[in-house]
Write a protein that binds this ligand. Structure first.
Ligand code: LFR
Length: 462
């Protein structure tokens, strides 16, 4: 049986366990197990159900063992910014709170006043209220007792890995989403942490992708029916970092190729060797997140297919039509002039997404989209125009203009959105791989295990 690497990929809407093996220059991928992930509103907050997610991850691992894979290692990636706190005995102190929880509304302005630009010149992160920095600030302000007893802060992939191995550390890519790193030195921004007033000991060793975090605990191995020793490897554990690592090489000079990692979020940018920390980059809303190999993902966080996902979920709940193909073909033939600002706060977590769109259009003097087709068309054309704006901004900041866009991730299956994007941008748009995140996750493991040499070698066969 071939060496197999397991990628556990947690997204905002679902998680899955993917098995990958490399055979004569080809990467074989199989989805072993998929499970839902949902936000749970309880008391004053919106949480992730960490216990259920951990259990589902084990179900997926068990399934992979049952299938007879020869498992060499496991790598975990998740969405960014969220975290759990553990105490000195390694107990989880509370369910991780979801970044869509309104507890951080208005906090960036309160914390920084007008002083964003100076902060950006160190952190290089797009100031967004969802970021870990502001989640911690809100805990501090509300006198959250967890902070008093916490020993370590673990981002979601760190937390899953911790409970698999017993080793607590922070992976670089995911840590970079916190807004608490210094973008140049790629280490914790101690003065900022001090100013925030949370204990410095919460922030642990930063490990780079490719580092072995630890061995799978014996009791978990037994639980899932595994007899061999298996490593848990730190991958580009922010999902977008893994996805960007899997972008195929192209004929066009790399510095002129932009990527769009398309899913719940749309992450639009380029990969750089060093961060861009200028005022212009700050004002244009760019972020310098950590990438695999110490690279920088210079990108904008754009509200992506979230709006459409919410609409579909709502229509489903109401027993209305919600099949993807039906909606896309309705949107294909629909015509509406209305355009929304997808990043407007109103779309962050409204109780009813259709109402939010109507409210936005009304407030901006635009016709309210009525039919399914018009609503979906409005969302997709708004996204395409937003991408155009992002590429224009990139062109102003980079030495040479972008000549090509590569859309990766599940969203690149949306052919109407791909077409609208190509039309808006006027440059070639390539779609794929759909499974970029799992591929990037597995490639880092295969390199760490010495099965392949480098990404360049790998990109030949993606
Ligand atoms: C995408 C993603 C984005 C991040 C958002 C929230 O899944 O990781 O990169 O901005 O989720 O963490």
């Amino acid at each position: 049986m071939m060496n197999t690497y397991l990628a556990v990929d947690f997204g905002g809407g679902s998680g899955r366990v993917m098995a990958g093996s490399i055979c004569q220059g080809t990467l074989k991928l199989e989805e072993v197990y998929r499970f839902p992930n949902r936000q749970v509103r309880m008391g004053n907050h919106v949480y992730w159900d960490f216990l259920a997610l951990f259990d589902e991850m084990k179900n997926g691992l068990r399934q992979a063992v049952r299938k007879g894979y020869h498992i060499r290692s496991i790598g975990i990636d998740t969405w960014g910014v969220d975290f759990g706190l553990i105490d000195r005995n390694g107990n989880l102190l509370g369910n991780p709170v979801c970044y869509r929880d309104p507890r951080t509304d208005g906090l960036p302005e309160e914390f920084f006043g007008d002083n964003f630009v100076r902060h950006y010149s160190e952190a290089g992160i797009q100031v967004m209220s969802i970021n870990t920095l502001f989640q911690l600030y809100s805990m501090k302000k509300s006198g959250d007792t967890q902070l008093e007893v916490a020993d370590r802060l673990l981002f979601m992939p760190d937390l899953f890995s911790y409970f698999l191995t017993g080793v607590a550390n922070n992976e670089y890519c995911i840590a970079s989403t916190s807004e608490l790193l210094d973008a140049r030195s790629r280490t914790w921004n101690q003065p900022l942490i001090h100013r925030l007033g949370v204990p410095a000991h919460l922030f642990g060793d930063i490990v780079m992708p490719g580092t072995v975090r630890g061995k799978l605990k014996r009791e978990i191995a037994e639980e899932i029916g595994l007899t061999d020793e298996v490593d848990v490897i730190a991958v580009g554990s922010h999902d977008t970092a893994s996805a960007v690592y899997a972008i195929p090489s192209t004929q066009v000079d790399k510095s002129r190729c932009a990527f769009l990692s398309s899913g719940t979020w749309s992450l639009l940018g380029v990969e750089l060797d060093e961060p861009i920390l200028t005022e212009e980059a700050c004002r244009a809303g760019f972020t310098n997140e950590g990438g695999v190999g110490g690279k920088i993902r210079f990108l904008q966080n754009i509200t992506g297919l979230w709006i459409l996902q919410r609409l579909m979920a709502q229509w489903k709940e109401r027993g209305e039509r919600c099949e993807y193909d039906f909606l896309l073909s309705a949107a294909e033939s629909a015509d509406t002039p209305s355009v929304i600002d997808v990043d407007d706060k109103i779309f962050q977590n409204p109780v009813d997404m259709e109402d939010a769109i109507a409210e936005y259009c009304e407030a901006h003097g635009q016709p309210i989209p009525e039919t399914y087709g018009e609503v979906v068309r409005c969302v997709l054309q708004s996204l395409a125009l937003r991408y155009k704006q992002g590429i224009d901004q990139l062109n102003r900041l980079l030495p040479a203009p972008i000549e090509q866009l590569n859309i990766i991730g599940g969203g690149c299956r949306n052919s109407l959105l791909n077409r609208l994007t190509a039309e808006a941008l006027g440059i070639p748009v390539y779609a794929g791989p759909v499974e970029a995140t799992a591929i990037g996750n597995i490639l880092v493991q295969a390199i760490a295990k010495g099965e392949i040499g480098s990404r360049e070698e790998i990109k030949e066969f993606i």
